[in-house]
Design a protein around this ligand. Structure first.
Ligand SMILES: Nc1nc2c(ncn2[C@@H]2O[C@H](COP(=O)(O)OP(=O)(O)OP(=O)(O)O)[C@@H](O)[C@H]2O)c(=O)[nH]1
Ligand SMILES: [Mg+2]
Length: 392
């Protein structure tokens, strides 16, 4: 299904511009952006060679960079005690992607900024486009800036974190004992993961070694519940604990990750072993379902609003008719008609002259009109005055 979709999409992508060229359609301006969107947003993403993109994310100083380094097996991302250290995204670029410029372009598209290879780790400490390091693995890992550094509702890195989260197929959410119950962080993550479509995630708990498995499970359940609500169970792909270790802090060792459920594979293996086609299909299906549900909701609201407007217009029409009826009863119809007759006679049109010559026939239509005016229902008082005025 996944493969068929990719093939069909590719055919449309190739045939439509050719058709436009053959038919000499004057739409080059539209075809270009359309083709680019298909290339980067859809075609590459459904390419069987497009790697899994997993974003490591979490609050400031939760251990994201330490985990990123652990997973790529190289100490490339700077780690430290100051929250909000990483200001840009660092991603691992599998060596297998080297010859696939189209896939790399698609990978970078959500960031909207040109990428460059990482030179010195310090480059990550100032804001800018994403940087990359080459790895032997098959997974693209993103080390993202934290999204909770800042104050008064303004967060320094949220936009950059947002790009990374939207580019990812899955997330690896790192949390600690001091922030696992922080609603602000989980709310932001929840918005990213479940706002439109549902991205699944791995949970990594940097925890004191003294914590029991039950405590770790209970805290992980709190985090999952805050992010996914009722869908927590099926959305969490695995829970891992990384016990606090001073050698990690000293930069002498990588983190040690242990699956909380003993039957689960190590995190790196779990990532490599994900059924990518299924995962991506589910993700896109959930995005389409959410988009349609929102559209349905909007259409429902629009229908309700239209009904309200129709009722309002009906009310206005009824009020207008009532006012008109009332106003008509005060309209001095006899005076208007007499004035009209006067002007008509004064302008002395040839037809009138002719009629005058042929007798007093002129009196006839005017009298008829005046008679009609007299019959129009007028308020008694105004009819009386007009009758009185008509008498010499
Ligand atoms: N004791 C101990 N310290 C750790 C461990 N893992 C990470 N740290 C330390 O915690 C601090 C923050 O770790 P980072 O990996 O830089 O955290 P981060 O989430 O990338 O931080 P920002 O990029 O600033 O948001 C560093 O001083 C790490 O050395 C651990 O297992 N044990
Ligand atoms: Mg970091």
């Amino acid at each position: 299904m996944h493969k068929e979709f990719h093939e069909s999409l590719k055919r449309i992508r190739e045939d439509l511009p050719r058709l436009s060229e053959i038919l000499q359609l004057d739409d080059a301006g539209q075809i270009g952006p359309w083709a680019k969107a298909i290339d980067t947003r859809l075609l590459a993403r459904f390419d069987p060679d497009f790697p899994l993109v997993a974003a490591v994310c979490g609050g400031g100083s939760s251990g994201k960079s330490s985990l990123f380094n652990t997973l790529i097996g190289q100490s490339r991302s700077p780690t430290g005690g100051r929250a909000g250290m990483n200001r840009r995204v660092l991603f691992s670029l599998p060596a297998a992607l080297a010859g696939r410029a189209d896939l790399v372009a698609a990978l970078l598209d959500p960031f909207g900024l040109p990428a460059a290879p990482l030179g010195q780790p310090e480059e990550l400490l100032s804001p800018g486009g994403p940087l990359h390091v080459s790895t032997a693995g098959r997974v693209v890992l993103l080390d993202t800036p934290d999204f909770d550094t800042g104050a008064g509702g303004r967060y320094a890195n949220r936009e950059s974190a947002r790009g990374a989260l939207e580019a990812a197929d899955v997330l690896i959410y790192v949390f600690t004992n001091s922030n696992y119950n922080n609603r602000d962080n989980t709310d932001f993550i929840a918005e990213m993961l479940t706002g439109i479509g549902r991205r699944r995630c791995f949970l990594v708990y940097r925890v004191y070694p003294s914590f029991s498995t039950e405590e770790v499970v209970a805290h992980a359940r709190t985090v999952a519940g805050h992010i996914y609500g009722a869908a927590a169970e099926e959305s969490v792909l695995g829970v891992y604990r990384a016990d606090e270790d001073n050698r990690v802090a000293a930069g002498e060792a990588f983190m040690t990750l242990r699956p909380v459920r003993e039957s689960d594979p190590p995190l790196a293996e779990a990532l490599e072993g994900l059924d990518l086609a299924r995962l991506r299909f589910d993700l896109h299906a959930s995005i389409v379902a959410d988009v349609l549900a929102r559209a349905e909701e909007l259409a429902g609201r629009a229908r309700e609003s239209l009904q309200g407007l129709e009722r309002y217009a009906g009310g206005l029409r009824a009020a207008q008719a009532l006012c008109l009826q009332e106003a008509l009863s005060f309209f001095p119809m006899d005076r208007v008609v007499r004035r009209f007759a006067k002007i008509w006679a004064a302008s002395d049109p040839p037809a009138v002259r002719f009629m005058r010559r042929t007798g007093s026939l002129i009196e006839l239509p005017v009298r008829a009109v005046l008679g009609a005016a007299g019959r129009i229902s007028l308020p008694v008082s105004s009819r009386r005055t007009s009758l009185r005025r008509r008498r010499p």
